[in-house]
Design a protein around this ligand. Structure first.
Ligand code: ATP
Ligand code: MG
Length: 364
């Protein structure tokens, strides 16, 4: 029994809750065997209620750093207090919910002898919501996100990469958190630039080993914009893989509604305008749509308008599509083609209707 007590003290001092948990359980078993059921029960209750949360959040505040640059190699984000807005196609949303359910019921599953690994690989174009999904999962499970940006880690000095990877996994191990490896493909991309093949192989192998050791009892999410760069060996490590694609009609509608909930608009409840806006937004990512809507809102506020108008949205959309060649004639034509009356165009552009007609005549 004294061995257990000693190990628990060691575990406590080393901030190793797993050790504390395991030896406390052993101690309870021994006490029960010796007939001290009351004490055994008290110990079990203490570890049952505390074992996932025993680690104080302070521990998450001292993040590991790169030896050379002394810069932190992870960021820790506490779960969002307010609901994370996310719009996903139905089936993608279902997969995300399934993953959350598994994480939430992990204890039950383990009790019933089912060991599920909680590893999720998210891939898709920039701005489709990979990071947002990770934040959403953090919010729904109440677990902080430990974010490691692989692009930053890989660009550090050669020999340090493997060390940094190890540090990240050690840091997140056995803490109540989700380890989120963002820009996960950076490792594979390094193949072309600063690494020689042997070195890179070693780094990838150490990454795989770390994932294996970590994933058996922790939650891991990785995200990449370049799934084609990842080795098969890496794919196999993830038991849930989700592609986040560009939003389709339904999602675009939902996104437009979500991003304008705090604003009166003249297009959300006007079927014709809304349909047109949806068509025009096709192929845009949620992030694009958000910035177009936000720019339109900013314009409305600055101009003292209490209503977000359809033409505001169109102007921002046009500007978004034509960063490099913003030509007023083209913008006027675009608004005209999309059904904005000439008087409204004139008002929006602060020019005369005659000028608008001039522009339109020039175009035709
Ligand atoms: N599916 C979505 N639903 C609602 N908002 C979204 C969605 N996807 C992206 N956004 C918004 O777009 C912004 C950028 O999204 P996010 O950072 O999640 O994209 P990402 O896929 O991680 O991109 P990157 O590959 O550049 O890291 C966020 O501010 C988020 O609010
Ligand atoms: Mg991201």
């Amino acid at each position: 029994m004294y061995t257990e007590i000693l190990r628990i003290i060691e575990g406590g001092l080393a901030r190793d809750p797993k050790k504390v948990y395991n030896y406390a359980k052993m101690l309870a078993d021994k006490l029960g065997y010796d007939g001290d059921n009351k004490m055994a029960k008290m110990i079990l209750r203490a570890i049952e209620t505390g074992h996932t949360t025993t680690v104080s959040m302070d521990e998450l505040l001292t993040t590991p750093v790169d030896n050379e640059s002394r810069l932190s190699i992870v960021d820790v984000e506490m779960p969002a207090k307010e609901a994370t807005t996310i719009v996903l196609p139905k089936l993608v949303g279902n997969k995300v919910s399934d993953f959350i359910s598994i994480v939430k019921h992990q204890d039950d599953l383990i009790k019933n002898g089912i060991e599920v690994s909680n590893t999720l690989l998210l891939y898709g174009k920039p701005g489709c919501g990979k990071t947002t999904v990770a934040r959403y999962i953090s919010e729904k499970t109440g677990l902080p996100l430990v974010i490691a940006r692989f692009d930053a880690i890989v660009s550090s000095l050669l020999g340090n990469t493997a060390k940094n990877i190890r540090k990240i996994f050690d840091f997140a191990d056995n803490k109540p958190c989700i380890l989120f490896l963002d820009e996960f493909d950076a490792i594979a991309k390094a193949r072309d630039d600063q690494y020689e093949l042997g070195e890179l192989k070693r780094v990838i192998n150490s990454l795989l080993q770390n994932i294996d050791a970590f994933a058996s009892h922790n939650i891991l999410i990785a995200a990449t914009n370049h799934p084609e760069l990842l080795d098969k060996a890496i794919w196999r490590r993830f038991n849930t893989v989700i592609e986040i694609g560009a939003p389709q009609e339904n999602e675009i509608t939902e996104l437009l509604k979500t991003f304008t909930t705090d604003f009166k608009t003249d297009f959300i409840s006007d079927e014709k305008k809304l349909d047109k806006a949806i068509k025009l937004m096709e192929g845009k990512t949620p992030s694009d749509i958000k910035s177009i809507v936000n720019n339109a809102k900013a314009h409305a506020i600055i101009s003292g308008n209490s209503i977000l108008k359809y033409e505001d949205l169109l102007v921002e959309l046009f500007e978004f599509n034509h960063h490099g060649d913003l030509v007023i004639e083209k913008l006027v034509e675009f608004l005209n083609d999309n059904g904005i009356p000439q008087a409204a165009i004139a008002e929006r552009m602060k020019i005369s209707v005659r000028q608008i007609r001039n522009y339109l005549n020039k175009q035709s």
